[in-house]
Ligand binder design. Structure first.
Ligand SMILES: Cc1ncc(COP(=O)(O)O)c(C=O)c1O
Length: 374
């Protein structure tokens, strides 16, 4: 395949890129198995979106022949209001992954260095690599970002640092105080992309005061998403908060209609359904407790998580366990790509989904590996 002349014009760095493997779609698994399946693979909200968001989606369907508001005025205005910021400090994205990539596209040229951690969310590394940037991956410490080691890895060529807080797939986080001292050590020009996709789930005192950095005009781009607690992953909408000059730079490169009209309307409605958010967070906390207690009883190791997912170490080959669970109609994620060859990442679902997962996990511990793909 690589003999095709198209590869002659593909930049050298793109030839080395391994694309992000998305979670297996539930439709595909159900088709292959001929029965219903459950998806605990991509850290979505098992309660789905707020009914208010669904209603807002219905209301805007007769206008989808029109281009969206490329400025995302109403949603940005509401986000600015909620965070106590100005409109010029808010940018929308087609999910936060769009903004993770936009940060690299805006600032990196081939040979510039981008830093992240080993076992960090895979899109950080892709964002650096796809611009021909030099990827520096710093080993983790106690399964989380080693901020001191990252600060030491900064060189005159470093332009951007990606931090996931909490990180996916480890579910670990660092504190606001730790991040404060890290930022103090960084040269002012370096941009820190602070991905807080699971922000609402954390609920730990001292976890984050990221909006303060934005108010202080620091080179920090705070990213949040509507894909997780707000249950709108399929619509692709997220946002970034940063100082006005940073947002202005990003807007130069941003695709003008990157946030679609249906997503903007749904997100606006979702923001104001605090009850749905609270219910989702509460369910996650309850079920996280249930799943971790059951795993402990089963003697299965896991990494304690502040998110809505768990890194579970079965001690067996994760690809094989993934296939076995798939045969049981349960979709999880094997974590070899992240450097955990015997671990699966499992999203915390509704109670009955979690029970099904745990029951299947018990069964596969003694079952033979299936021969077919699903
Ligand atoms: C740490 C982290 N950041 C960002 C994302 C992407 O979210 P979005 O759907 O907003 O692109 C995910 C999704 O799994 C994630 O785990």
């Amino acid at each position: 395949m690589n003999a095709h002349p198209i590869y002659e014009i593909l930049p050298a760095w793109s030839r080395k890129i391994c694309p992000y493997p998305p979670g297996k779609p539930i439709e595909e698994v159900e088709r292959e198995l001929g029965r219903t399946a459950i998806k605990l693979a991509s850290n979505e909200n098992p309660l789905g979106p707020s009914p208010k968001a669904v209603e807002a989606i219905r209301r805007c369907l007769d206008r989808i022949h029109l281009y969206p508001d490329g400025n995302g005025y109403y949603l940005r205005r509401r986000l600015a209001e909620i965070h106590g910021l100005d409109l010029e400090q808010v940018i929308l994205g087609a999910g936060s992954t769009d903004l993770i990539e936009l940060a690299s596209k805006t600032f990196l040229t081939p040979g510039d260095e981008g830093i992240t951690s080993e076992s960090a969310f895979y899109i950080y590394r892709l964002a650096i690599e796809e611009m021909g940037g030099t990827l520096i991956q710093v080993p983790m410490r106690r399964m989380t970002f080693d901020l001191a080691a990252i600060a030491r890895a900064v060189s005159p060529r470093t332009k951007i640092i990606y931090l996931g807080n909490p990180n996916n797939p480890t579910g670990t986080c660092f504190t606001a105080a730790e991040l404060d001292s890290f930022l103090e050590r960084l040269p002012a020009r370096v941009l820190v992309v602070l991905d807080e996709a699971y922000y609402e789930y954390v609920g730990r005192p001292g976890y984050s005061h990221s909006i303060e950095y934005v108010r202080q005009g620091r080179n920090v781009l705070v990213l949040r998403t509507f894909s997780k607690v707000h249950g709108l992953a399929g619509l692709r909408i997220g946002y970034g908060l940063g100082h006005p000059e940073l947002i202005e730079c990003l807007n130069r490169i941003r695709s003008p209609f990157n946030a679609n009209s249906v997503a903007q309307a749904a997100a606006l409605a979702a923001l104001d359904d605090r009850e749905h958010v609270a219910r989702s967070v509460e369910l996650n906390a309850q079920e996280m407790k249930f799943v971790t207690e059951e795993l402990t009883l089963l003697g299965v190791r896991y990494q304690p998580s502040v998110g809505n997912f768990l890194l579970v170490d079965t001690g067996r080959d994760c690809e094989e366990d993934f296939m076995r669970l798939l045969h049981e109609g349960i979709i999880v994620r094997p974590m070899k790509l992240y450097g955990f060859p015997t671990s699966l990442r499992v999203t915390i679902g509704r109670h009955e989904e979690n029970e099904q997962f745990l029951a299947a996990l018990r069964r596969i511990a003694s079952a033979p590996v299936p021969a077919t793909s699903a």
